[in-house]
Design a protein around this ligand. Structure first.
Ligand code: GLU
Length: 306
């Protein structure tokens, strides 16, 4: 663990949106929290464009991110890292995992896995609710991961059992997620509501054999995020608690790739009037829609409680 000893002025925060839609109030909360925390300690704030999903990322959304964040009053360092310009970095990390035999090629479709799971009661599911992959291609590989790294065409999965064995015991992260006092001792509170400065044991096995490269992309969110956080010297990852459980996978990859572990703060999510999570599709909470209605950045801060 690194940043327990990082001097305040050397702390590095980042806001890392995916340009798949317009930013809404939930993004504003995350961005402003990062900005405020960086300012309070005299640290740095980076903006990273997470556009490895080239099928969904659009230039128009990226341009809107810069515009909306500037309107909110944020300032960030330039140049901005755009993940689509760094596939080579993610491919190198995958090659390193493959050199230890941890990756396998998988051409199963999501619908195949869903069909299998639908037929059996009690099929295990990952923290996002997707059925766990049963390891069909691990048992009967049709091509090597090395061939896929050279030519693409199918996904690569991590052999979770082997990876966990190699990573060894004691995998954890330091969590600073501070949440409403009332929820702290509530056993039914969603994970991530765990209070200040706690060491959280990582449990990557609950994700099963995660996909680390997609058919047409030499990388996945999990690989890109740990590689970039390390390359950019990020000491503090401040993001929504919907990514709390994914941190287990990130810690595992950091250990396997010898990357430093940042501190984490998983913040609460901004909810709509019905108490539901805001989605990018909820056009009414898009920052540009609110701006057009006459909202000011101060109104945004008030609405999200900052
Ligand atoms: N790109 C991710 C998103 O927009 C955030 C990733 C992260 O903060 O680790 O949800």
């Amino acid at each position: 663990m690194t940043s327990g000893v990082t001097a305040d002025s050397q702390r590095v925060f980042r806001f890392a949106p995916s340009p798949n839609g317009y930013l809404h109030l939930g993004h504003a909360y995350s961005a402003l929290l990062n900005f405020d925390l960086a300012r309070q300690c005299g640290g740095r704030l980076l903006l990273r464009i997470e556009d490895i999903d080239t099928g969904r990322a659009r230039a128009e959304f990226e341009a809107a991110i810069y515009e909306d964040l500037a309107w909110l009053g944020l300032d960030w360092e330039r140049p901005v890292r755009r993940q689509s310009e760094h596939f080579g970095d993610y491919a190198r990390a995958l090659e390193r995992l493959d050199a230890t035999g941890l990756l396998y090629a998988c051409d199963c479709k999501r619908s195949d896995i869903e069909r299998l799971a639908a037929g059996k009661q009690g099929w295990p599911r990952d923290p996002d609710g997707s059925p766990l992959y049963p390891g069909t291609c691990r048992v009967k590989p049709r091509r090597t991961a090395r061939e896929v790294l050279a030519k693409g065409g199918v996904a690569l999965r991590l052999d979770m059992r082997m990876a966990s064995t190699l990573a060894g015991q004691g995998l954890m992260w330091r969590e600073f997620g501070a949440l409403p006092r009332a929820e702290r001792s509530d056993p039914a509170a969603p994970r991530g509501d765990d209070g200040e400065g706690r060491l959280v044991p990582a449990d990557p096995a609950e994700w099963g054999d995660v996909v680390l490269a997609r058919k047409d992309t030499p990388g996945s969110y999990h690989v890109a995020v740990v590689v970039d956080d390390a390359l950019q010297g990020v000491t503090d990852v401040v993001r929504g608690k919907d990514l709390f459980a994914a941190t287990s996978v990130h810690r595992l990859l950091q250990r396997l790739l010898d990357l430093p572990a940042p501190n984490y703060r998983h913040h609460g999510l901004v909810l709509d009037e019905k108490g539901e999570k805001l989605g990018k599709s909820v056009a009414s909470t898009a920052l540009r829609a609110l701006r057009a209605e006459g909202w000011t950045p101060a109104d945004v801060r008030r609405r999200i409680g900052l």
